[in-house]
Ligand binder design. Sequence first.
Ligand code: HEM
Length: 456
Amino acid sequence: MPTTYTAATAPGALPLLGHAVAFARRPLEFFAALPAHGDLVRIRLGPRDAHVVCHPDLVHQVLTQDRVFDKGGPFFDKLREVIGDGLASCPAHEHRRQRRMLQPAFHRDRLPGYAALMAEEIAAATADWRPAAEVDVPATMYRITTAATLRCLFSAHDQAGSLAVHESMELITKGVATRVLLPVPGLDRLPTPGNLRFRRAQQDLRRMTQRVITDYRARAGDRDDLFSMLLAARDEDGRGLTDDEIHDQAVTFLLGGMETTAALLAWAWYLIATHPAVRAELHAELDRVLGGRPAAYADLPELPVTGRIVDETLRLYPPGWMFTRSTTAATELGGHRLPAGAIVVYSPLVLHRDAGLFPRPLEFDPGRWTAKDRRGNDTSFIPFAAGARRCIGDGFAVTEATLVLASVAARWQLDPLPGQRIRPALNASLTPRAYTARLSRRVPSDQSSTITAPNR
Ligand code: HEM
């Protein structure tokens, strides 16, 4: 481990715009190229300098010293306008209390219950699939993760309410992405049709959560869902969350969980389809363990190949690919002084695509996760971050993604139509642009003689 870390300024800054054009044009390539310049690389986005942390030791320091490297900077300043000071965006001094209150909702013991609801939603979403039909993969995955997250959040809520949340969240997710990535201040306040739609979606969502809060408070009792846990949460002084706080936390979970998990799945289907050897290994595992039935929580330990595909997709295309922090005081990072208020950027993508950390980094190779030393406390693999602000929904997301991949691939094959360029979209999450796949029905290899009906 080096004791001194190199600092540099990224080349190619333009007058006034800095690196904003290079960043906006090819954000992934721009970020992935930064470690070649140094461990701490200064970039300029318009008028502001930002320090991109490119060495795992320094990323670890940023993530573990969360009181000095606090939530702030362009990403979270914009996000706060939507989710207030919910768990993901609140400052460190408020965070411990919130995390203690919310952690029980994501305890391991809760996962089997959530998994059962997820399984029902996966079955419902794929019930009308037919061989040779074409599906827009990212949109379909978004529909599945929305339905599953909503079910786990408000298990007792009606279909119409869920649809309304889905529609509002779609507008809000897109609006957040534009707001976070737009360098021009004030643009999001103009009365443009897009901004008006965004504001209306926010109001609709607030009204809907308020209705659910009133309904849940009137019918006390644990419904075994996230919302009941939010209502029951108490801090050390016995205080619960206010209605506004519950709204912010619920929207935080929706925003944090829906698009990210959908992006992970949409990349996974593309990677599986383009790597026949991986697909064959996956099918062999699913045929042996599931024999054509959908996966349940109890199956997960028996599905290591599926798990490695999830991990490797998270490495190559981490949905949460870039986050900002702001220093609360003058500090030192890798031997370099940073003033108070400095913007620090970390990107799981930068570490995950560094050839020094992951040999052949652009190759999709789930087999790399069979090596024991790649697991456990690997500070280079951070799809869910690390330290106090590590994703609270990591187990939830991995459970959901593994269930979807296993249950769908047990019965269906998704083949992207030829001639499509599958490229990342510039969203808050790293997600592929729309692409279409043709469905074909799979027959488990050891049951081929017993299955006759092609559509069932
Ligand atoms: C593949 C799916 C997911 C990925 C890749 C992901 C990634 C992340 C990352 C990288 C962070 C840290 C952000 C930072 O450092 O500023 C984070 C935080 C968070 N995530 Fe996730 N997430 C996923 C799914 C979920 C789900 C399903 C939920 C909830 C249902 C969720 C809720 C949150 C919350 C509340 C935080 C803030 C935690 C805190 O500050 O204490 N995420 N996530």
